[in-house]
Design a protein around this ligand. Structure first.
Ligand SMILES: NC(=O)c1ccc[n+]([C@@H]2O[C@H](COP(=O)([O-])OP(=O)(O)OC[C@H]3O[C@@H](n4cnc5c(N)ncnc54)[C@H](O)[C@@H]3O)[C@@H](O)[C@H]2O)c1
Length: 342
């Protein structure tokens, strides 16, 4: 039986992807630095119909990757391992960020080429590829909006997309690239390798400990978050589609989340005893990081919609679903992140 390789599969997006793949009965191989999935994920995934194997390794180790392709008859690949570096990390370790984010993906593609069994690769690009263009375009379109990444992370994501599609073409691989919008939801956790955890995670952490969430002053800048369950449905659509109408796809919500955050927090406060929230006033310091101070254009998703995919969650529904998931986990997965106490 053939299997799907997910590098970085123990990370936030990876866990959601692996769960969805196992739920539909796939055989999945997670390749990453972790020796195992977080224990609660391992417990939940054990009841799903698919089969999971975790292989510990580094995506900079081409030989280890090549061995996985051969030993597990890999036929589809999500090369998702990455370091989401903030300014301090990109300044301190630029070579590491390039090595993992770009060379790690190229090594994975080379493994796919040599195995000769792979029929689809879904490359992990990001809304960060739009960079400066996000601030002077209302809509960010895969074809017409110039990519002007700012951060080293964004530069590597654009390089992954362009180099990945180029090499796939040269090497006879069928690849598509997902420009993934900023995501939050179940299984989000601090892997120590992502410096831009979502504000929603910090809000839920404050809610879980019955604290106070202090958001940046109102109004929040325009920002189109996507709930991770919608993201994963989009990634599966890219995995499965035949004759895609392009090679690069925005996977996002196409909806400004910011005007809804107040209602989302009110909904949480009604359910979570002790939790309160407010916008910072009079120079007060927020304890919820928003990762963005300027309004951004929204990512257009017409091309992804043409695959038959569409986001299902509006912000309030996503918050309610995330809260229900945490209740269902019953304390088995309390996300840990290095956020200030509320
Ligand atoms: N979370 C988002 O909002 C978002 C947005 C756009 C794109 N993406 C992309 O999705 C992918 C997953 O991101 P995430 O948010 O789940 O990050 P994450 O930090 O939660 O997970 C990253 C995973 O990659 C693994 N990894 C890192 N370096 C490695 C190495 N050298 N060898 C092997 N494994 C390594 C980590 O151990 C971790 O399991 C990335 O490619 C990222 O660029 C995520």
């Amino acid at each position: 039986m053939s299997a799907i390789l997910v590098t970085g599969g123990a990370g936030f997006v990876g866990l959601n992807l692996v769960e969805a793949l196992l739920a539909r009965g796939e055989q999945v191989v997670v390749f990453g630095q972790e020796a195992a999935l977080p224990a609660p994920a391992g417990e939940v995934f054990a009841s799903l119909p698919g089969r999971l194997e975790v292989v510990t390794g580094d995506v900079r180790d081409a030989a280890a990757l090549a061995a996985v392709f051969v030993s597990h008859r890999i036929d589809r690949v999500f090369p998702f391992a990455a370091i989401t570096a903030g300014p301090a990390r990109e300044a301190a370790s630029p070579g590491l960020v390039l090595d993992v984010n770009l060379h790690g993906v190229i090594a994975t593609l080379a493994g796919a080429r040599d195995a000769g069994t792979v029929r689809r690769v879904v490359l992990p690009a990001s809304s960060a590829v739009y960079g400066d263009s996000a601030y002077d375009h209302d809509w960010l379109d895969e074809v017409t909006t110039p990519c002007m990444p700012i951060s080293l992370y964004g530069v590597t994501k654009y390089a992954v997309e362009r180099a990945g599609l180029r090499l796939a073409g040269l090497w006879g691989l069928d690849a598509v690239a997902a420009r993934i919008g900023a995501t939050y939801g179940p299984w989000e956790r601090d892997t120590g390798l992502r410096d831009t955890l979502s504000p929603h995670l910090a809000i839920f952490q404050a809610a879980l400990r019955g604290g106070v969430a202090i958001l940046p002053p109102a109004p929040l800048p325009r920002y189109d978050w996507v709930y991770v369950k919608d993201l994963v449905a989009g990634l599966l659509a890219l995995l499965d589609c035949t004759d895609p109408p392009g090679r690069v796809f925005n996977i996002a919500s196409a909806q400004d989340w910011s005007p809804h955050v107040a209602a989302c927090c009110d909904g949480l406060a009604a359910e979570m005893p002790g939790f309160t929230w407010r916008h910072a006033v009079d120079g007060e310091s927020p304890n919820i990081p928003f990762n963005e101070t300027r309004s951004r254009g929204l990512m257009a998703i017409d091309r992804a919609r043409s695959l038959g995919w569409a986001p299902r969650f509006a912000p309030e529904g996503a918050y309610a679903d995330y809260a229900a998931w945490l209740r269902q986990m019953d304390g088995r997965f309390v996300a840990v992140a290095s956020q200030p106490q509320g």
